[in-house]
Design a protein around this ligand. Structure first.
Ligand SMILES: [Zn+2]
Length: 178
């Protein structure tokens, strides 16, 4: 049993009546965000756009309260400069731009720079989000990245979803594809 998971659930359960008593909006989400913030103290939610931020909080509140699953954010919104640095690092690591694109996109093409992509952990949390995330407009979009999800609220309530691509190389517009 994961002691951190149990501690997070325990802390959230401790906090919930306090938020409810104070009449705060969405007390169960507030309590789970508070407990998850203690569990993942380095996560930075500030770069996410408002829609993605709200969807993520609602989804992981349900994961925690309903199924005892903890979900943390490894990386969310990124500045252009940050994404460029990651891309440059990947190019030198993998030897070419096309090889780097298998894992990282340049800033203009990445949804991380729009605040709409979320890299999450742990694997168990990603599995939960893959099953339940569609109700929040959160979808896994690359087969080679179990951790990468994107916020596409326009698909909520429809029977379709954004395509699950093999890897980020497939994200390029067709006109750019050789
Ligand atoms: Zn990502």
């Amino acid at each position: 049993m994961d002691v951190y998971r149990l501690a997070t659930i325990g802390l959230a359960a401790f906090r919930l009546p306090l938020d409810a008593l104070a009449g705060r909006w969405r007390p169960s989400e507030r309590a789970s965000e508070w407990a998850l913030g203690l569990r993942f103290p380095h996560e930075d939610l500030s770069g996410l756009d408002l829609g993605a931020r709200v969807a993520f909080a609602a989804a992981r509140s349900e994961a925690l309260w309903r199924h005892g699953i903890v979900i943390g954010l490894t990386s969310g919104g990124r500045s252009f400069a940050e994404q460029q640095r990651l891309f440059d690092e990947a190019v030198s690591q993998y030897g070419s731009e096309s090889a780097a694109r298998q894992w990282v996109l340049p800033p203009a093409e990445s949804l991380h720079t729009q605040g709409r992509a979320l890299d999450i952990r742990p694997r168990e949390g990603a599995r939960w989000l893959e099953t339940h995330g569609h109700r929040y407009g959160l979808y896994r979009t690359y087969a080679n990245e179990w951790w990468h999800f994107e916020h596409w609220p326009e698909y909520i309530g429809t029977s379709s979803r954004p395509p699950l691509r093999a890897d980020p190389r497939e994200s390029r517009p067709a006109s750019h594809r050789m």
